[in-house]
Ligand binder design. Sequence first.
Ligand SMILES: [Cu+2]
Length: 478
Amino acid sequence: MPTRRSFVTGAASLAVMTILDGGRRVHGATDYVVSVENAEAHLIEDPARKTGVWSYGGSVPGPLLRGRRGEPISIKVINRLEQPTTIHWHGLRIENAMDGVSGLTQDPIPPGGEFVYSFVPPDAGTYWYHPHHRSWEQLARGLYGTLLVDGDDRDGEFDRDYTIVADDWRLEDSGAFHEASLGNLMDWSHAGRLGNILTLNGKAYERLAVVPGERVRLRFINSANARIMSFGVKGQAAWIIALDGQPVPPQRAPEAGVSVAPSQRVDLLVDVEGQAGDEIAIVETSGDSNLVAGYLVCEKGQSERQRQPGAPESLRANDVPRPDLANATRSALVMTGGAMRFLQSATYKGESLDGRTLARKHGQTWAFNGVAGMTDDPLFKAGRGETVRLTLKNETLWPHAIHLHGHHFQIVSRQAAGASTASPPEGAEVDAMRDTVLVDREETVEIALLADNPGKWMLHCHMLEHQASGMSTWFLVS
Ligand SMILES: [Cu+2]
């Protein structure tokens, strides 16, 4: 039996995590009903413990929703919580009214209320869904699920297709959800509320069946509030084939593991080398020692697949508009605050306040361009079809996962702390169109997007405690 392994981050002793598939498709091919409700989950295996969670449809993660590129999908959401909620369709370039951001694109769905989301997914790939109302609490309690969009047959040169939703939970030894740490300002001003239990697909040790010789697609999704994770498959060569849902030219995954910041997705292809009975570890490698998070379990047989040497073929690209870097307007976002560099002052709801008042009275410890929290005016306005080059300057001592809604963007350059010049992106990010970029401490990253989707779009840190404690803004495409 595997033993429980601990995450260790700084002084905090943390631990292991898991996820699920299980669509609940009602009438027709693309109509779903999702109930938001209390449930119990078995997140700790040995000894077995139960955890009270908030769930979509009784499971954590929620049901797998699956649509097709270019075909309408509708999801009726029934809120059975005692708290309002919404659902945001993360990474999907859909119409603004369906983006699910409470206070910006819709009123939250009240307890006992319903809301029907319907949209046409424009891109095939790996996406996910989660609340955009008190996200820091609602995701921590288990509200998230996978949304896969299928393209055509070219999207499938593999034998198996597994989704792996990774989360870190902060639980008591009894298995109970750790209530006391919810809303803790110490966490909010540091790395966020990190968990102590790692689950893949809601399980302490996910086990995915494979046959030796098969080519397997593993779609990793980081649904944690704040933990930057890194994944690999022990002893197996893997290729990165997509980032944040969008295909990239395949390239070897680093042996040290592939970084997946909160809300990001990485799709890997693995050619299984092993024998029947082998258990190949899926490892989480962000800490000092690797955590075994789950297994590919080799069953009897041998795939007939004739393996071609070299890189696998690319997935078929989606029709994501590329920014026009030569004809762009510019905007900048400067991130300040957080532990060790606390805000001296910032504007909050139109009022200039000192750092102490911001933190103690309003729970605000971070700022974008000197402003904590949402503003009446957008960060920038763009006309439809305009390219915006946006400089993300992190003046804090913490990494941030900056997420834009409604658009995918190109990474133009990165300038690390202390570097005198900016450099082009490296690795799989070279040709990537992402929806979330990790900006390291004191790093500056320039991104560019073609603003082609009209509406009011959020731009925020996807470390959800940072979002709640200042790092939220929005932009307008008209
Ligand atoms: Cu952040």
